[in-house]
Design a protein around this ligand. Sequence first.
Ligand SMILES: Cc1cc2nc3c(=O)[nH]c(=O)nc-3n(C[C@H](O)[C@H](O)[C@H](O)COP(=O)(O)O)c2cc1C
Length: 269
Amino acid sequence: MLANKSCILQQLSQTVKWPLLTSFARKLCNRNFSHCIGENANTGGKYKISKRTTCIAMDESGLAYIDTDKNGNALKLLKDWMEEFKIFGKYSALVFNLATADRHGNVSNRNVVLRDIKDDYMVFATNNSSKKAQQIKDNPKVSACFLWSYVKDEKHINRQVRLEGSATAMSHEESLKYYEEEPLYCKIRSYICQQDKVVNWDNLKVEHDKLLKEVKENDKELPMPPCYAAYRIIPTSFDFYFAWDNNIADRVVFVKQSGNEWEFHHVAA
Ligand SMILES: Cc1cc2nc3c(=O)[nH]c(=O)nc-3n(C[C@H](O)[C@H](O)[C@H](O)COP(=O)(O)O)c2cc1C
């Protein structure tokens, strides 16, 4: 039934002005529409009419396509997608959700910032006293998920990258490079915050202001404290998902082979 109505409305969309069409759509479907969104049919644009979450008429449909780079390198594709989103926010492009589990299989997740991507691993930084650090020590298997949702060239784009692999703490020397790049507030945080521990906010504020004063007035150095650690994630599989507007998403799954080779194929959304 809906398909027939949809068909009638689609034919009308070629000739009838948008306000008339929406009014006709209301009558045809005998419903009170909570909202109508889209462009005037006469401009040739796409539109849809929806009642609450029910999308009933004239959507277009297509298939999105993921163009993998020639060598099929998952980490390179991750970088490319991240770069595209960076115009909307340099920092938020780097945020991803990281899931860890303890030795009993209890799972937890949180957002962290990506510090680096190399040819075969990625880096994030955290505090050694945190829950995630403890879980990674007990069980190095991790999974991560990036989401970038944005409008570009009038297209609403959704990109998701999921990956699975293992994480390990990097050496003191390797972590140092990332610590040096941290802004002042992150360095101070490493000094005064034992991540996840109960704090008295007033005491923390006093401690913070005292340290900040010493840094500013006495040029106090803040060398990397032992609780700061960078972590390496070595992915073994990736799942890239790309959809835009009314196109059915495309997905490409990458599985790590020996060396730095990746096998990849499209999978159904
Ligand atoms: C946007 C965003 C970025 C974050 N980046 C980091 C980060 O890079 N490292 C980190 O340890 N925590 C980061 N956090 C805080 C974590 O989400 C989390 O609250 C904290 O690490 C404690 O997690 P855990 O108890 O599971 O170890 C970030 C939070 C947000 C909202």
